[in-house]
Design a protein around this ligand. Structure first.
Ligand code: CA
Length: 693
């Protein structure tokens, strides 16, 4: 009780009792236990709760709960749902602590629900300035909160780390973790590490320098900060590790940012007192533009181990030396102890974007094994030293070149799960090609996309690209034998993260089907139409003896916003869906009919001006409004913008009149003539839409 009192303020305690009475009735008052380091270390034994991002520090995303199993799953139905007032992507893994479910929705908004009834307890809206969306490469998503000693921690899109009282939903502290006004974003979930909260950031498409930082859970003061790539070599190096890294770069790389952002995977290993992080791609994408004399460009696209106490680098393993294709290694890291060649090894497993499944010794960083799980053309395999055997053509990219996997990866951030009975790892796999076209003029756009990929190319390979096959599947992978055991082909390429629960798996798809599979053979045993595509992973928990499965259903992300074939799926308002045995609630749903009226508006432009308009559209607008002004439906389809919108285009695009709705101001980036050319281009796309119909 003393410990308990220490963790909560008097006001909180009072609120706790009120909420406890409200939730569970006063005769049977349940006092939530304190989620301290001990509770997190013992999360494996705590079957009812989902205490950390990956359920335990190993992040295997397996729940031992098995009331919902192959025999009973037919009786699984919707127990409750909550509809968010937004169509943007949902990617969060909720946290469940003693009957309360905490989650995050788009624009970094935090929510607390009664996990059994769905009653809303509180909402905390950090009021992310909507204009910051211009720096979000990959939608205004958030992958979830963390819980520690009565506080909920979460990152915000505009770079803050916030701590909110878990009972009252009131802000306790917040700290700006990124330089204000720069193109950093936070979409990843924070992790609790021995009294500290760790958070990374993204922005490697915009020319930032990646880092991860640790903050005191108590008051938000910074404990340590570790960069992942070198800065200006004329300034003192931050550490020996950064000095070593600088030797693997050439030219004036620091002026371009470098990249290496740590935007997702952060895993704590309490036994070895290390934190493992995955780092992102190079900024710009192409090595010859950022490091002209080559080199591995440490620590891009790497799994690195940091000492938990001070962030010092202990070891690194680079999955894609000298990254040249946006092959981040930020994808989920999973810890396990595996029997390999007769010995128990403490390993990390990862299936990063580059298409190889890695098993790494987490004590030393030694490469154990790596095999292709997807369709890979950039490398033929991995040699005994753990280095990829690269394709010369993919490295040089002298001409426009098709490379697989595409920059969205053979597997991206969508969490993978491990089932201890089958000893298999389950994750979604995508296959698609990308047309890489190196353009040295595409690296210096202030406040904008700086990948070095041409947006002016109009050659014949564009048409060929459209005809190349793409596909997606759910895979069961044996990490010891390094081979696929079974697969389920999906109807659309991109699908969601995976939960392993008892003998079942749960996964959502782009078309909105939320399915359960037998973990041993992939047989479909149950499905539910969520009416919107699903990217997030499910979780499972228990309240008052009932097992629940919960999922954030909402379709978004970069593939959806760009509206490429990869991201096709069902767009609709996001929802939190919670299932239990013996329930069969219907999902209220109304199909939205979007008016497709061609505006009555003309802008005169010659061919050259239209071409400039198309280039500027691709640079500034396409990543939210879709390639060729074809929107996925997450954002307005500009081909059908009203005549009034066209009349007011200057106040909207340059004046920021719709910034509160997520439309940033491009004042200072575009002048009036350029805007007119963009407008003329959009209007030609409107006319083509008529022709299509
Ligand atoms: Ca990237």
């Amino acid at each position: 009780m003393i410990k308990f009192l220490r963790a909560y303020t008097t006001t909180s305690l009072l609120l706790l009792i009120i909420i406890s009475c409200f939730q569970f009735s006063c005769e049977k008052e349940v006092i939530p236990k304190v989620i301290d380091d001990k509770a997190l270390l013992e999360a494996e034994k705590d079957e009812s709760n989902w205490l950390t991002h990956g359920r335990t520090y190993k992040e295997q995303r397996h729940s031992p709960l098995n009331d919902i199993n192959t025999t009973t799953v037919n009786d699984l139905g919707l127990a409750w749902s909550y509809e968010f007032d937004d169509k943007r992507g949902l990617e969060a893994t909720p946290i469940v602590v003693d009957g309360v479910l905490y989650t995050t929705s788009s624009w970094s908004i935090l929510h607390a629900f009664n996990a059994a009834t769905g009653e809303k307890i509180w909402t905390y809206n950090p009021e992310v300035p909507r204009g910051h969306a211009r720096y979000a490469c990959c939608d205004v998503v958030n992958r979830g909160p963390a819980f520690y000693k009565g506080k909920i921690y979460s990152g915000t899109l505009d770079g803050r780390l916030i701590a909110v009282d878990a009972l009252s939903g009131e802000l306790v502290w917040e700290v700006q973790t990124t330089p204000k006004g720069q193109a950093y974003t936070i979409t990843g979930a924070p992790r609790v590490v021995d009294g500290k909260i760790l958070i990374g950031n993204g922005g490697a498409e915009y020319g930032v320098r990646g880092y991860i930082a640790a903050y005191s859970a108590e008051d938000g003061s910074q404990v340590w900060k570790t960069y992942t790539v070198p800065g200006n070599p004329e300034l003192p190096f931050e550490s020996k590790a950064i000095e070593t890294a600088a030797e693997t770069w050439s030219g004036e790389y620091w002026k371009l940012g470098g990249g290496g952002t740590c935007w997702d995977a952060i895993v704590y290993d309490p036994e070895l007192q290390m934190v493992y992080i995955g780092t992102g791609n190079g900024s710009p994408w192409y090595r010859r533009l950022r490091s002209p004399e080559g080199g591995d460009n440490l620590y891009l696209s790497s799994i690195i181990a940091l000492r938990a106490s001070d962030g010092e680098l202990m070891w690194h393993y680079q999955t894609t030396p000298g990254d040249n294709w946006d092959y981040t290694a930020t994808q989920p890291l999973m810890l396990a102890d595996l029997q390999i060649d007769g010995a128990m090894r403490k390993v990390i497993m990862q299936a990063p974007k580059n298409g190889f499944f890695y098993v790494i010794d987490r004590t030393t960083g030694e490469f154990i094994s790596g095999e292709a799980f997807g369709h890979v053309t950039w490398a033929k395999g991995i040699d005994d030293q753990g280095r990829p055997i690269e394709s010369k053509e993919a490295r040089e990219l002298n001409d426009p070149t098709f490379v697989r996997p595409a920059p969205n990866g053979a597997h991206n951030w969508h969490p993978m799960a491990f089932n201890p009975t089958t000893s298999l790892v389950y994750f979604p796999v995508y296959d698609g090609a990308f047309l890489h076209i190196v353009d040295s003029t595409e690296i210096n756009n202030p406040r904008d996309w700086n990948t070095g990929r041409s947006i002016k190319y109009r050659g014949e390979k564009l048409a060929e690209w459209g005809g190349l096959p793409m596909s997606g599947k759910l895979v069961a992978w044996d990490p010891v034998a390094q081979k696929e055991i079974w697969k389920v082909e999906h109807n659309l390429p991109v699908s969601g993260g995976v939960l392993s629960s008892g003998e079942l798996l749960f996964q959502g798809r782009a078309d909105g089907m939320f399915r359960s599979y037998r973990a041993d053979n992939g047989e479909v045993v149950w499905e539910f139409d969520a009416k919107t595509g699903i990217a997030a992973p499910a979780i499972s928990y228990k309240v008052n003896g009932t097992q629940y499965v919960a999922i954030m259903a909402g379709w978004g992300g970069p593939e959806v916003l760009w509206n490429t074939g990869f991201g096709r799926g069902k767009v609709g308002n996001g929802r939190l869906l919670v299932f239990a045995l013996g329930h069969d609630k219907a999902l209220a749903y109304e199909e939205e009919k979007l008016a497709q009226v061609i505006p009555d508006f003309e802008v005169k432009a010659n061919e050259e001006e239209l071409f400039e308009g198309s280039v500027l559209y691709t640079r500034h607008c396409a990543r939210c409004h879709g390639v060729g002004a074809h929107s996925s439906g997450l954002t307005p389809d500009l081909r059908f913008s009203s005549t009034a919108v066209h009349q007011e285009i200057e106040t909207i695009v340059l004046g920021g009149a719709r910034e509160v709705l997520g439309m940033p101001s491009f004042k200072g980036d575009l002048n009036l003539v350029q805007l007119k050319n963009i407008q003329a281009y959009i209007l030609t796309q409107s006319k083509l839409a008529v022709a299509e119909d």
